[in-house]
Ligand binder design. Structure first.
Ligand code: FUC
Length: 910
């Protein structure tokens, strides 16, 4: 079976930085692998498998659920924000595995009177801060025996009493302070469409499946018995449908049965809607799961015979030349508190009615124009330094020339050609593609798998995890000109501020003036409660990180009306932290206690990440107030912020020159972590009397989370070009800590975070090395990022990291090509955005900019940095000279801009 004819004859995939394609036919029987069967009880013999499993250790058998995921990551994802599909390209039965972003387990978090709870535990504050004799709440940290008191007086020594004390505190949190429920809910599968053509893998020639990132159309095509079969698939945002258009060469050669299937079979019901339309209604099983959904399958097949199966599960097409499948779906989810059971059918009817008014060609054209308008706003090209073109090599072979095979050592990784810079660009473009396909106005925010999920038991429930993952999903949205794709995250903040006010009241007894708080996850139901366990769950600053995204969007867009919508939530968060911060009796600083540094070191007073986040909350609120002219209206809150700000613990440096991850500094990094010589202690559960063994603080300087480095990325950061002596010391300590955090193999997102951090400290080779690692070890055949398992954050974090290497704007300048590695000597980008509402195009030759174009959208001063600026000069778009000054040793060009005008800088490095 070869496709070389197809590839060579018509040069089918000329752009290897924009097309993902494969020539290997996926394994037969994918559709038989029920992802609902989880755990270790069902095994697949590796000998029976022909394609990859790079993600689990070598072994004879794989668990069935893992094996399913490996096959699944050969599929091509399409999506319209709300609905996603994985196009498997299988032959024996084509599988379109479809998701809808509101199909979750659970129901609104309400009490028995239908009052919203935010998932909080009633009166949990009594354990946190304690109650005075008169019933009033005790001041945080003052009442012996409470969580806040115990945390503030924690003893981090290495002796059995101290270890037992800390263990007690953990158990106290886990027994009395986690939410109700203690775990949040789970993202689910929706439906599958199986297409049975009666074909078998053996008979297939010229097989290709491809995804064109420029049009968001996935194509599967092959020859079988002399007939050429072709299926093109896309997910339309304008028409809210998954669409598959099928053709067969010759006359009336298209015969197939389409089955509408679901892994929520227990409650499923199939209906015939019309002669060419069926419906499937179901819900996740279990009485407490209240989401109900409906999917419709409509097939248009002009002049063909169309038959609906007796059970209404199938539509059979015979003697067609072409056919088009339209799959729409909806649930009863209105918002996090309201369900409406009439909605699924009504929405489906509306979608179908509108689809029927258009032809397939119109629907496809509308899709491409909607999608490409966003995708084409920015572009990137980096010239290959290898043998030139990689267009004729399938994408999976570019990552792993020897191919992905089952059961190989997960550390072997790839040997991809380092001259294939287009592969990095392809992965970068894929981040844009996944963003536009996974997050659009009115959809849910991107969860741990974006929207693509093939199992009802996904890792970490595929929630919105905000101690890194959800935020990383959106790091690239503003700089890559996809501002509206971030809207779902901002919409969620409005919900979370409401439910977070309940959590603030129940868990901390802090209420009024919009005070709100949330912890390290949320779900469809906007749970804001602490969940899971003490070490990850007791972390109250997640909401600030989300608000930081609002502030960044403002810096990019300068849209005051948008900022005004979210400013009240900034104030509400300040109201919370003004009451929540406590003075550390040992250091005198204002800190958070109890809290954690996600997710290491256990419950501790004063994680540095918290104080960095609180400081940035205060600063952004002050700035937002002045941008919005709210300084007198909100004077008393702002005065309180100004009073507290200088008392919040600063970034502190330990004796080894590293930033302290906890400001008190008595938990220090164990440099020997990997030698596992941490002393072990036997501790007793204070509630059950059960004994357990516990290691003494195995905190690692190389931990996957870079929590205390937040200040450098994604945080507000320093202006490293203009540091005061004190700032310089701190910045050097940050640099040392970032380098110490290492470049070892870790989760996909951990590598991606490190690319961004290295970019911010201008370490081009370090950033490039991480790019190479991420591509080699954490990239699936379909370019999905691997935690492992598949987790989408690393995809977006990668695109953000590349953008951060090429353009930075957090330091008061538009910094051109700050972190260009030697491996990328020639290239260009267009349409990236800089803070201040500028659009930036850059072309570089031999690592020196040859032309820079700045488009000013709001006017104002442009300060453009590049080390080769001494000979450069500025003109307007028509070539007329523009007045400018040179600053900072001729490395920065400064000029005034007018809104709507473009400026061109040339003459670099002469
Ligand atoms: C955090 C991370 C894990 C994982 C999970 C979803 O808890 O520490 O690695 O990404 O989120």
């Amino acid at each position: 079976m070869t496709n070389s004819k197809v590839i060579q004859d018509n040069n089918k995939f000329p752009d290897s930085s924009q097309v993902i394609w494969f020539k290997d036919i996926p394994k037969e029987g994918f559709w038989k692998l029920d992802p609902a069967i989880d755990g270790n009880s069902i095994y697949v013999d590796e000998k029976g498998a022909t394609i990859q499993d790079p993600y689990v250790p070598t072994g004879k058998y794989l668990t069935r659920s893992k094996y399913h995921e490996y096959l699944w990551t050969h599929g091509l994802p399409i999506g319209n924000g709300r609905m996603g599909a994985m196009v498997m390209g299988t032959i024996d039965k084509e599988v379109l595995q479809i998701n809808e972003d509101t199909v979750w387990t659970g129901a609104p978090y309400v009490d028995s009177f239908d009052k919203p709870t935010g998932g909080s535990t009633k009166d949990a504050w009594k354990f946190y801060r304690g109650v005075n004799d008169d019933g009033s709440p005790a001041a945080i940290g003052t009442k012996p025996g409470t969580i806040s008191y115990n945390a503030l007086r924690i003893d981090n020594s290495c002796n059995s009493d101290a270890v037992q004390y800390r263990y007690n505190l953990h158990k106290q949190v886990e027994n009395h302070f986690l939410g109700t429920p203690q775990r949040q809910k789970t993202y689910q599968t929706f439906v599958e469409v199986y297409l049975d053509f009666g074909h078998k893998n053996e008979g297939v020639t010229n097989y290709i499946r491809s995804l064109d990132l420029a049009t968001a159309v996935a194509v599967v095509e092959y020859d079988y018995n002399g007939v050429h079969y072709r299926r093109e698939n896309f997910a339309s945002y304008p028409d809210q449908a998954i669409v598959t258009h099928l053709t067969a060469s010759g006359s009336k050669n298209l015969n197939f049965t389409a089955e509408l299937h679901t892994f929520h079979g227990e409650n499923a019901e199939w209906l015939k809607i019309s002669d060419n339309q069926i419906a499937l209604k179901s819900k996740p099983s279990g009485d407490s799961n209240l989401i109900k959904f409906e999917a419709r399958l409509l097939i248009d097949a002009p002049d063909a015979n169309i038959e609906i199966g007796e059970d209404n599960k199938t539509i059979t097409i015979s003697g067609a030349n072409e056919a088009t499948l339209y799959i729409v779906g909806a649930t009863n989810y209105v918002n996090y508190l309201i369900l409406d059971d009439s909605k699924p059918a009504e929405d489906c009817n509306n979608y179908i009615t509108l689809l029927r008014e258009k032809t397939y060609e119109q629907i496809k054209a509308a899709h491409i124009s909607d999608y490409s308008a966003l995708y084409n706003r920015s572009s990137l090209k980096i010239a290959n330094t290898g043998h030139g073109s990689y267009s004729s090599i399938p994408t999976d072979r570019r990552i792993r020339p020897e191919g992905f095979t089952v059961g190989i050592d997960k550390l072997r990784g790839s040997t991809f050609d380092s001259g294939d810079n287009e592969l990095a660009v392809l992965l970068f473009n894929y981040g844009k593609y996944l963003m536009i396909s996974g997050s659009r106005p009115k959809s849910q925010p991107l969860n741990l798998q974006g929207i693509w999920n093939a199992t009802n038991t996904p890792a970490w429930s595929s929630k919105f995890t905000i101690n890194i993952n959800t935020e990383m999903n959106y790091w690239m949205a503003q700089v890559l000109n996809l501002s509206e794709c971030e809207q779902p995250l901002f919409d969620a903040i409005s919900d979370l501020a409401e439910s977070g006010a309940i959590t603030a009241k129940e868990h901390y007894n802090i209420e009024g003036n919009g005070a709100w708080v949330m912890h390290h996850n949320f779900d469809l139901w906007r749970g804001t409660q602490p969940i899971n366990n003490a070490t990850s769950g007791l972390w109250p600053t997640g909401g600030i990180w989300l608000l930081w995204h609002v502030w960044q969007a403002y810096l990019f867009n300068k849209d005051k009306a948008e900022l005004a919508k979210y400013y009240p939530y900034m104030k509400g968060a300040c109201e919370f932290f003004n009451k929540f911060l406590v003075q550390d009796p040992e250091t005198g600083y204002l800190i958070t206690a109890a809290s954690v540094s996600p997710e290491q070191g256990g419950v501790q007073p004063g994680p540095a990440m918290d104080t960095q986040l609180v400081r940035s909350l205060y600063l952004m609120t002050l700035k937002a107030a002045s941008e919005l002219n709210k300084t007198s209206e909100d004077a008393s809150l702002l005065d309180e912020i100004r009073d507290k700000l200088p008392k919040v613990a600063p970034n502190l440096i330990d004796d080894n020159g590293y930033i302290k991850e906890w400001v008190r500094g008595d938990v220090t990094f164990d440099m020997q972590k990997d030698t596992s010589d941490n002393p072990e202690f036997i501790v007793t559960d204070p509630y059950t009397g059960q004994q357990a063994s516990l290691k003494q603080h195995p905190v690692s300087i190389r931990h996957k989370h870079c929590s205390h480095l937040w200040e450098v990325f994604p945080g507000p950061s320093f202006n490293q070009y203009n540091l005061t002596p004190t700032e310089r010391k701190v910045f050097e300590a940050f640099k040392k800590s970032i380098i110490a955090r290492g470049k070892e193999l870790d989760t996909g997102w951990a590598l991606a975070w490190r690319i961004n951090l290295r970019a911010r400290i201008l370490d081009a080779e370090g950033a490039y090395d991480l790019i190479r690692k991420l591509l080699s070890f954490r990239t699936s055949p379909n370019l999905f990022d691997q935690h492992p398992p598949f987790q989408i954050d690393g995809n977006f974090g990668f695109s953000s990291g590349v953008a951060e290497m090429l353009l930075q704007s957090h330091e008061d300048t538009i910094n051109i090509l700050p972190v260009l590695p030697e491996q990328w000597p020639f290239g260009e980008f267009r349409g990236f955005r800089a803070r201040g509402n500028f659009e930036v195009d850059v072309k570089w030759d031999n690592r020196i900019p040859s032309i820079v174009r700045i488009h000013s959208k709001s006017g104002g001063k442009a300060k453009v940095r590049n080390p080769y600026s001494a000979s450069a000069s500025v003109t307007d778009d028509s070539g007329n000279g523009v007045l400018f000054t040179r600053e900072e040793n001729n490395t920065v060009l400064v000029f005034d801009t007018e809104a709507g005008k473009s400026y061109v800088i040339t003459g670099y490095g002469i």
